[in-house]
Every structure is written in C-alpha cells, then in structure tokens.
Design a protein around this ligand. Structure first.
Ligand SMILES: Cc1ncc(COP(=O)(O)O)c(C=O)c1O
Length: 395
C-alpha cells in the first residue's frame, strides 16, 4: 500500500479505535477512552447501538436500496416521524446525505423562491464545503482560491442587534447555527434570534437554522427551532440524524414545502431505505430513553463540575459544551487524550469542545473533572485504562 491510499487531508488524533460501545471506545493497544467528541458530534445515542444494527440488518434483508423514483413506505414513515419530532411548524422534509448538502439545498431553495442571489450568515458560522454552504462559512483556509466562485454573503456579528439592518431585501436567506459550534461555542441571545426572525419577515428573506450540531436533542430539546417563540422557515439536520449512518435532511415549513415544484431538488441516495431505517431507530431511542432530558442534565453536570483546573469558564448547554482555557485548548486536549478522554478543539484556540453522546453517564463527567484538576497539579499521567482482552487479532 502506498502512503497515499487515504489522502492526508485530516489532522488526526494519534490513536486507532477498534470498537465503540455507548460512550466508551477501545483502541488497538487495549486502552479505553471516554468519548467526549461523539464521533464528531454524530453518535447521539452512543456507539454501536444494537437497535440500530438490527434495524439496518432487517432493512438490508428486505430492500437495501431504491431511489426516489419509487415511493417507499419506510421513507414516508421517516419523514413523518422526523417532522413530528421537530415540531416548530416543520411540515415537509427533503432527504439528502450530509450536512453540507442539506444547507446547499436550503440556500438553493431560498434563491429559487425569492429570485435573489445574495445570502446572509453570521461571522464565524460554519456550514459545509459545497459552494453555497461555503459562501456562508467563515473560514479563509477553505474559501481561499474558491472565493470567485462563491455567492455574495452579507456578514452579521453574532448578537449584534445593530447589524440586523444589513439584511435587506436583496437577501434570499439568512443561515445561522443557533449555537456557533466550530467558532468556539458562541451562544445567540433569544433577543438576537427574535430580531433575526423579525428582520427576515420584514424584508422577505427566509430564516434557515443550521441544526446539524444543535439538533436531534443535543441541546435538551429536539431542535432549537421553536424556542424563544422563533420558528425558522427551514432547518437542516445531519450528523446525529441517523446516529452515524450517513443522512441529511432539510425540514421546511408548510408554506415553503407548498412552493417546492417537481424537479426543484433531487438526490440519488437521499432518503435511501437504510438511512431511513437508521433514522427511525435513532428517533425511537431518543424518545424512548428521553435523551433530550438526559442531554439537559449532562449540560448541567458539565457546568457544575468542569470549571476546574485550567478551565476558566464553561460555555454552551446540553451536550454541546465549550471549556474556556485561557492558556490554550490544544495542550489540554493532548493531555486529556493521554489520560483517556477524547475531546475536540475549535476555531478559537482557547475553547475545548465537548460533544458527547446524549447517554453520557455522570461518572464520565466526574472522571473528566478529576483529570482536569490533576492537569494543574502537573500530574496528567498516562492513565487510559487497558481493557483486559482486546488484541489486534480481533480484526
Ligand atoms: C454546523 C455545521 N453545519 C454543516 C456541517 C457540514 O456537515 P457535513 O460534514 O455532513 O457536510 C457541519 C460539519 O461539521 C457543521 O458542524
């Protein structure tokens, strides 16, 4: 095998994971880790859930794939259950395969509907790598030479009420993460979200919530849509939507759904039966195990316990938490990894991000608190425990 088989486009953590079970991961050297990264904010219901495996196996036996050229009962059920779960006036759904694709289609629909070609987004927002999604993203490293291909995007500073008037009647849509995650867990005030809603309505722009990280129960409710009396016109979901099986969704109000015409949107794989089976199983677990409530409790636990050691402040809510570490997040991430905790960084070098499954036990938070405390004492030993019987041969 050449060094190029899987091209080096990701900065990877120095460990190889063989197995996951709920919030625990086991590496090929037998070490075990608490997963505070959730497989990149994806594994909402924990790793390797048997219910999801069984749903996938049953669907693969029955019909592994057919495109949208045929109606499928499981696709209709997934659409109905997802819109019911979301509430907030979401009545229609278009299925796709990823977060960027969901945002791309949301912006495309807004441009088609309004006939306007400018969009608006928040400074620091991160929405994906396709061209419209990238136009709304603040990341000079990604936009670079693609800049001439991107659409015109009006930038508004998060929580700056006096900048809302930049959104005028040339803007088709405003795309916002209700908590800016990659930017470093930047929360938006209810007043700002209400102001955005009012401004969009006044100028005829569509309000789109990017809930690819904030949705599927992560913040203690199904989606942020509907909170503070604010209903967006569309919302996008991916990541946790099918607990790791690739799936994306664009949810829309009845009014937007009614304006979609044959051929406006399309995808070969979107809404495939395996994705729908995984989505239904994920929603079933979230509702049966009351994971929205558990996410809220986890957020409270993090706020109560984690302002220790090098941490100056705990930001965020539910299972989307930022630890502010004025001395720098990266060395703390590395030390925690050696101690058996997988965590994430962000665009803000002082913010360490936690995006664990919504099933995280209090014991994991307590152990993380102890590890953070020991960092300041200069301890931080290599304490990731070894599982008794894990060997390379299992592969
Ligand atoms: C808020 C947000 N939007 C969109 C995306 C893009 O999703 P995907 O990588 O599935 O295309 C991401 C991915 O990290 C994200 O965090």
């Amino acid at each position: 095998m050449t060094a190029f088989a899987h091209v080096a486009t990701y900065a990877q953590l120095p460990l190889r994971i063989l197995r996951g079970s709920d919030c625990r991961l086991t590496a090929d050297d037998g070490r075990e880790y608490w997963d505070f990264y959730g497989g990149h904010a994806v594994c909402i219901a924990g790793h390797s859930r048997p219910e999801i495996r069984d749903a996938l196996a049953a669907q693969a036996d029955a019909l592994a794939f057919y495109s949208n050229v045929l109606p499928l009962e499981i696709r209709d059920r997934a659409a109905e259950r997802l819109t019911r779960f979301a509430g907030a006036g979401m009545e229609g759904v278009f299925f796709c395969n990823s977060g960027a694709e969901a945002n791309e289609n949301a912006l495309k629909l807004a441009i088609q509907r309004t006939g306007r070609t400018r969009i608006a987004a928040l400074t620091g927002g991160w929405h994906g790598r396709t061209l419209l999604a990238l136009s709304a993203t603040t990341d000079a490293k990604l936009t670079g030479p693609l800049s001439p291909l991107l659409c015109d995007c009006v930038r508004v500073t998060p929580n700056a009420m006096d900048e809302l008037e930049r959104i005028d009647d040339s803007v088709a849509a405003v795309l916002v993460e209700p908590i800016l995650s990659i930017a470093g867990i930047v929360e938006l005030s209810p007043e700002f979200l209400q102001g955005l809603r009012a401004r969009c309505t006044a100028v005829g722009a569509l309000l789109i919530y990017d809930e690819i990280q904030t949705g599927m129960g992560r913040l203690g409710r199904p989606f942020v849509a509907g909170a503070h009396g604010v209903r967006p016109d569309m919302l996008t979901s991916a990541k946790g939507l099918a607990n790791g099986f690739p799936a994306g969704a664009l949810l829309m109000s009845g009014e937007v759904a009614a304006s979609v015409k044959l051929g406006d949107l399309g995808s070969t794989f979107g809404g495939g039966p395996l994705a729908c089976a995984a989505m239904l199983a994920t929603l079933e677990i979230i509702e049966r195990e009351r994971l929205c409530d558990r996410a809220a409790q986890i957020g409270t636990g993090c706020r109560e316990r984690l302002c220790v050691g090098p941490v100056a402040e705990v930001l965020g809510r539910g299972c989307l938490i930022g630890l502010r570490i004025p001395t720098g997040a990266k060395p703390v991430q590395e030390a925690l990894l050696r101690s058996g905790f997988i965590t994430g960084t962000s665009a803000d070098p002082t913010i360490l991000r936690l995006m664990p499954p919504l099933t995280l036990p209090q014991a994991a938070i307590d152990e993380l608190a102890a590890a953070l405390t020991s960092l300041v004492r200069g301890a931080a030993p290599e304490t990731a425990p070894r599982a008794a019987a894990v060997t390379r041969e299992r592969l």
